[in-house]
Design a protein around this ligand. Structure first.
Ligand SMILES: *Cc1c(COP(=O)(O)O)cnc(C)c1O
Length: 410
């Protein structure tokens, strides 16, 4: 008899985006004349930089000729890409990361989801709330949690974000083994400063724990005081893995390319305390289960590190950041507290009411779709996330409508 992995039955069904779609569809049905502006989803809207498109075209032409054709590439990624990443993203910024510590992949979602399988199932996990659901759900699937009740899974140490800590969680009060952190954060847009990130690194070192640092939104950082990589913090090379992606950096959400940094100095332990290189474990897992990213896509990603590519990619994040500034300015002018929107494409608004009530208000009165914070965890209740991923014109229009609606409502 074929039996299932019963851990899947513990998963709380994720109705967030389907519930949003249902409410939007219902509203559209009763108000067919209303134009709806979507500031809800975390997907980019602008075309790929032309430097990437040119590199893609060239690579496709290479694939069309027997003499320049590429079959399977190295599982960890082509060295032309890994070397550029190591130099531009790390070494040039004073972070000690070598090309052979970089694993190119088809997404940070897969990497943040898959990495847990190289660790024991009976370790203690610390996960932020609110959170990008991948970290939590993949640990539920692996059997690292108990049942779900009262908005929480048994066995998880929740790192609570709230107004008091500015959605940068405090250190756990108990020892943990694996810690998920994401900065600039999705959904809150919060960033972490170096002294606070250093506290996490020191905590991990003291407890022989490992930090999984999701830096998918690193390219939105403009403030030089904010660390772009956890490896800017001394001592992090022994206790941190970093995830990055070209998805939000350069519009690759539909093209797929990302990478994970696993320093050779990261150690994990057996039951008896014997040390093992995490790099070797991940290398084994990656090369066994993955055949890397297509050659044309790796060429397109490498183009981002050229002079033109860098300028174009920055122009793209500048565009979204200027949308974020408009959203932040209008929300603040209306008297609402928010975080994010600076060094991040997300604005996290304290709605001072139930998340879904605020969502409905914006939909019905302004025709604008946001994301209810409660969908990202218990601590998201009362907040909404507004995304800057849309055209400047739509963002201006949406904010004008929200201003009118909220002034009327109060
Ligand atoms: C968008 C996003 C990613 C990137 O995912 P890809 O699979 O690389 O597209 C990773 N982490 C977070 C928190 C994100 O929001």
């Amino acid at each position: 008899m074929i039996r299932i992995n019963e851990n899947y039955l513990k998963l709380k069904a994720s109705y967030l985006f389907s519930d949003i779609a249902k409410r939007v569809a219902a509203f559209q049905q009763t108000h067919p004349e209303r134009e709806i502006i979507k500031l809800g989803i975390g997907d980019v809207t602008r075309a790929l930089p032309s430097a990437c498109i040119e590199a893609l075209h060239r690579a496709v032409d290479e694939m069309a000729d027997d003499d320049t054709f590429h079959g399977y590439g190295p599982e960890q990624g082509y060295s032309f890409l890994r070397e550029k990443i190591a130099r531009h993203d790390y070494q040039d910024r004073g972070a000690d990361v070598a090309a052979d510590e970089i694993f190119v992949s088809d997404g940070a979602k897969c990497d943040t989801g898959n990495i847990q399988e190289i660790f024991s199932t009976d370790i203690k996990i610390a996960i932020p709330d609110p959170v990008y659901p991948v970290y939590l759900d993949t640990n539920v699937m692996a059997g690292r949690t108990g049942d779900y009740s009262g908005g929480r899974y048994d066995g998880i140490v929740y790192l609570e974000g709230n107004r008091a800590n500015g959605f940068v969680p405090d250190l756990p009060t108990e020892p943990v083994d694996l810690i998920y952190l994401c900065f600039p954060n999705n959904p809150t847009g919060a960033t972490i400063d170096k002294p606070r990130l250093k506290q996490w690194v020191e905590f991990a070192r003291a407890h022989k724990a490992l930090i999984l640092y999701d830096a998918a939104y690193e390219s939105f950082i403009r403030d030089d005081a904010i660390p772009r990589s956890i490896y800017e913090v001394e001592g992090a090379r022994e206790v941190a893995i970093e995830f990055r992606s070209f998805s939000k950096t350069a519009g690759f959400t539909g093209t797929r390319c990302a990478f994970t940094v696993v320093p050779k100095s990261c150690q994990a332990y057996t039951n008896t305390g014997a040390e093992h290189e995490v790099h070797a474990l991940w290398n084994r897992r990656h090369t066994t289960k993955f055949n890397s990213v297509s050659y044309p896509v790796q060429r397109a990603a490498a183009a981002i590190y050229g002079e033109e590519g860098r300028r174009q990619a920055k122009e793209m994040t500048d565009y979204y950041l200027s949308n974020a500034a408009v959203i932040r300015r209008e929300i603040t002018a209306l008297g609402y507290d928010c975080i994010g929107g600076e060094n991040s494409p997300y604005i996290w608004v304290d709605g001072r009411t139930d998340s879904w009530k605020f969502f409905d208000l914006l939909l019905e009165k302004a025709g604008v779709v946001c994301t209810p914070g409660a969908g990202f965890g218990k601590c998201g209740e009362g907040f909404i996330r507004i995304s800057a991923f849309n055209s400047a014109q739509n963002v201006e229009k949406a904010m004008q409508r929200i201003s009118e609606a909220l002034r009327e409502a109060t």
